[in-house]
Write a protein that binds this ligand. Structure first.
Ligand code: C2E
Ligand code: MG
Ligand code: MG
Length: 575
């Protein structure tokens, strides 16, 4: 980009009311100078010439500043490719394009015109008057076409595109998404109780309200998005190239917020709400009409549910994808909104009475779905990396508790579960050390539980991480032992202090002699490696008796104590 509005290559009759702005897309600097010179000779009224060397810069320039006409040299790299004219048109659908070519190639000329160019000029035979005339004609012809098209394709009240234009743009967007595979989002927005406004305040007020809402919607969009007045009190919106699918949820929320602000009408102030239906179209065979129907159906569901501001189209796959997005959005806010709760489950010694440890188990108090167990959100948190933030939160709170509990029971420990991500996080051990110090805890009061599955994922990384934890003085337990596939040699090398036998082995106790031998073997294995062995998920007295007989050191399970709140543990330890 050599020039912009502030430092034009060519500028005549500066101060003319409405200068014509021409964007020249030309990579050859000599040709650019020559064309500028030609224009200067032929143009007598206000003219600003902007210049970019590449098509991509040109589309950017058009999006930012617009132009009265584009001169596109087809010989520059990339410009002769199919789609380059479309790309320019897409950035500024209402700006005429005049293409320049080195040679008289009829096919090329036809292709350019079909792609939307207004005119086709041959560089070698170009002279100032011809160039000037071609540009003027292109601009004039285009102006009247645009005027006519506007009349037919826009809603006179709000100035927004009408249903016909929306359907057309949606069709183009769906075609494009067939090539790019990027989903298209269609939103259907309907004003709640619009009839009441019309009936009580009059049609004039209804019109004012619709215009105000149209203005708010328009103000929220990027230049490439479309908002249309689809019918009476219905607006439709079209989004392409969303950064992530999560964005559409945020957009729906923003629309809902923006439209519910009070509107000042001549008859006084009023406020309305809207219901929004969202359809994500990822399937290229869906027609524009079907996409709108889906968004409309979702909007109706939002209305039915009353309290819901927006609904997502209920097609099982899109539903699941969107649920996931909603979940992800909610999860990303949950730490800041203090929605996590930590419950603690006791571990009981099998040779001496009493609680020896408490395992921190996280729960999510979801704003709509209630208290969620870890399996409902930890996998997603793990996938997105949010588990790092959640893990830090759990650790901090568990350490705070243990400092207080240790004042009453000096030997009690707190266990915190780690995810594979935390194991792989290079900075975790360092942050752990400062968290422990900040809470004023003794490192030995903390036990970190790592599942055997997480270790199997990357044994070398796990081994190194666990060694670092132990170097800090923290205890390490191998959780859910028995369902992973760690070899004996891996197990021998792993720097751990404790084995927790997975509850599936414990619940099988009592069903046959083999089950007892398996648990017995694991206990012996653990002891041979110098590890403490803890049984998980003890639910019956019989299981407890067998475990004791097999020499297991400690146990955890509903029989011995369910996970309870920190306050309940406070009371338990005080008693
Ligand atoms: P885990 O570490 O093996 O925790 C034991 C799970 O078994 C807990 O489920 C506990 O409530 C349940 N349980 C305990 N005793 C019994 C019993 O007698 N019978 C039965 N049927 N279940 C019992 P919860 O709280 O749903 O946690 C599930 C898993 O989620 C945990 O398994 C752990 O892997 C993970 N998790 C929990 N909190 C966190 C956390 O803060 N961070 C990470 N990364 N993972 C966590
Ligand atoms: Mg655990
Ligand atoms: Mg476990």
């Amino acid at each position: 980009m050599i020039e912009s509005g502030d430092k034009p290559l060519v500028e005549k009759a500066a101060g003319a009311a409405n200068p014509v702005r021409i964007l020249l897309v030309e990579d050859d600097p000599r040709a650019a100078l020559l064309l500028g010179e030609m224009l200067r000779m032929t143009w007598t009224d206000g003219l600003v010439l902007a210049h970019t060397e590449r098509v991509s810069d040109a589309t950017q320039e058009l999006l930012e500043r617009g132009a009265s006409c584009v001169i596109l040299d087809l010989s520059i790299p990339g410009a002769d490719q199919p789609g380059s004219i479309e790309a320019v048109r897409r950035a500024a659908p209402e700006v005429p394009i005049v293409v320049l070519s080195e040679s008289a190639d009829e096919d090329e000329a036809l292709r350019a015109i079909r792609a939307g160019a207004q005119d086709y000029l041959l560089k070698p035979t170009l002279y100032p008057a011809l160039l000037g005339r071609a540009l003027r004609h292109a601009i004039e012809r285009n102006r009247s076409e645009v005027r006519l098209a506007r009349l037919a394709l826009h809603d006179p009240l709000t100035g927004l595109p009408n249903r016909a234009l929306f359907l057309d743009r949606l069709g183009v967007a769906l075609d494009r998404s067939r090539r790019t595979n990027a989903p298209v989002a269609v939103l259907f927005v309907d004003v709640d109780n619009f009839k009441e406004v019309n009936d009580s305040l009059g049609h004039g007020a209804g019109d004012e309200l619709l215009s105000a809402l149209a203005e708010r919607l328009r103000a929220m969009l990027r230049p490439m998005d479309t908002v249309a007045r689809f019918g009476g009190d219905e607006f439709t919106l079209l989004f392409e190239e969303l950064e992530s699918e999560r964005e559409v949820v945020l957009i729906a929320e923003r629309i809902s917020d923006a439209t519910s602000l009070p509107v000042r009408l001549r008859a006084g102030e009023t406020s309305v709400t809207v219901s929004i239906g969202v359809a994500m179209v990822g399937d290229p065979s869906v027609s524009p009409e079907a996409a709108i129907r889906n968004a409309d159906a979702a909007m109706y569901r939002a209305k039915e549910r009353g309290r819901a501001r927006y609904e997502l189209f209920d097609e099982s796959s899109s539903r699941r994808a969107l649920e996931r997005i909603q979940m992800e959005t909610a999860l990303s806010r949950a730490v800041d909104r203090h929605e996590f709760r930590i419950h603690y489950q006791p571990t009981i010694s099998l040779d001496a009475p009493g609680v020896i440890g408490l395992e921190a188990l996280v729960r999510w108090q979801h704003p709509e779905r209630g208290l969620l167990a870890p399996h409902e959100f930890i996998p997603l948190a793990e996938e997105t990396g949010m588990v790092l933030g959640i893990g830090a939160y759990v650790l901090e709170h568990a350490l705070d508790r243990i400092v207080r509990w240790r004042r009453v029971r000096p030997d009690v420990t707190v266990s915190v579960n780690l995810s594979a991500r935390q194991l792989e996080d290079a900075g975790f051990a360092r942050r752990l050390a400062s968290t422990i110090a900040a809470c004023g805890a003794t490192p030995a009061a903390l036990c970190l539980e790592v599942s055997e599955l997480a270790v199997t994922r990357n044994p070398a990384v796990a081994q190194e991480a666990l060694a670092r934890f132990r170097a800090l003085g923290v205890t390490v337990a191998l959780d859910d032992y028995g369902i992973g596939s760690s070899s004996l040699s891996t197990l021998k090398r792993l720097p751990v202090d404790m084995l927790k036998i997975h509850q599936s082995f414990v619940s099988a106790l009592g069903t046959g002699p083999e089950e007892a031998s398996i648990v017995g073997a694991v206990v012996k294995l653990g002891h041979a490696l110098g590890l403490e062995v803890v049984a998980e998920g003890v639910e019956t007295d019989r299981q407890l008796a067998e475990l004791r007989a097999l020499g297991c050191d400690a146990a955890q399970g509903f029989l011995l104590g369910r996970p309870v709140t920190g306050e309940q543990v406070d009371a338990l330890l005080a008693a």
